[in-house]
Write a protein that binds this ligand. Structure first.
Ligand code: ATP
Length: 264
């Protein structure tokens, strides 16, 4: 697993990545979340969260169960828009845009719990990821990319997704999100419920996808792994951002070590 210290120069020395997009904002910020408040009915789940993701970055959002990480993603992807605050993507205000529009703009998510179509094959699930795209001509090329990242999926393309192992299902979920050619990939707990060997593999692939030019917003309870691959991080506690810093600094932070890294 690469450390942030080794990852940053690697990322900087990469040739122009094939799928890096202009952010439209001129300052490298591709996603900007400003002071959002999101509710479930009367429950005030997100209480003034601000964060940003810049071109080329892996940014992680860590925190305990129920801190509001998934709700932050749901606020961004249009499934649960904030009541207050503002979200801009590539310079465009998307705060109240439909989930459909937001996917079309290039934000793609691999959801917590994978949410595959269990009776459909691996290939059919991947096809669903490209469903909203207008440029279907690139479909074979994108499928190749997913199969190169996840050779296991190429071997199992005709197998029903519901019969795969947890790790393989996670690969399908990430592969499906990639089939949309995202300009920002959001991953919600990709390591959840996986055996350690698959966790390592999934994080290696997250780094590889990023190095190919896709910025990533990574929600994780596995803070150790997340801070290992991310450039920057935000620590969430009960609906607010409690702390933000470089991933390297967060790993050294006493509070983070005690609460999230299991270091006394
Ligand atoms: P987890 O890792 O368990 O998914 P999380 O950090 O993603 O945790 P959220 O799922 O965003 O946390 O939950 C934030 C808060 O919103 C919690 O208090 C949770 O109980 C509440 N919440 C989440 N979903 C709903 C819902 N559908 N209806 C009511 N409250 C909800």
């Amino acid at each position: 697993m690469s450390t942030p210290e080794t990852q940053a120069p690697e990322a900087a020395s990469q040739p122009t990545p094939p799928r890096t997009q202009s952010n439209g904002g001129g300052d490298g910020v591709i996603l900007r979340v400003e002071d959002i408040h999101t509710y479930y009915g009367a429950i005030h789940a997100i209480k003034g969260v601000s964060l940003e993701v810049r071109d080329g970055e892996i940014v992680t959002l860590i925190g305990a169960n129920g801190a509001g990480k998934s709700t932050t993603l749901r606020s961004i992807n249009g499934l649960n828009p904030p009541r207050d605050g503002r979200i801009t993507f590539k310079g465009e205000d998307i705060t109240n845009r439909s989930a459909h529009h937001i996917v079309k703009m290039g934000i793609s998510q691999s959801p917590e719990g994978r949410r595959l179509f269990p009776r459909m094959t691996v290939l059919e699930n991947l096809e669903m990821g490209a469903f909203q795209r207008d440029d279907k001509a690139n479909f074979p090329e994108d499928l190749d990319r997913v199969y190169t990242l996840f050779p296991r999926l190429a071997e199992r393309k005709t197998q029903k997704a519901g019969t795969l192992s947890g790790g393989e299902q996670q690969m399908v979920a990430i592969g499906r999100a990639l089939m949309a050619r995202p300009k920002l990939l959001m991953l919600d707990e990709p390591s959840m419920g996986l055996a350690p060997i698959f966790v390592e593999k999934i994080f290696e692939i997250v780094v590889e996808i990023n190095q190919q030019g896709t910025p990533i917003l990574l929600v994780e309870q596995n803070a150790l792994m997340a801070l290992d691959v991310a450039k920057r991080g935000y620590v969430m506690e009960t609906g607010v951002i409690a702390l933000t810093d470089s991933a390297a600094a967060l790993r050294q932070n006493d509070q983070v070590q005690k609460a999230y890294l299991g270091i006394a």
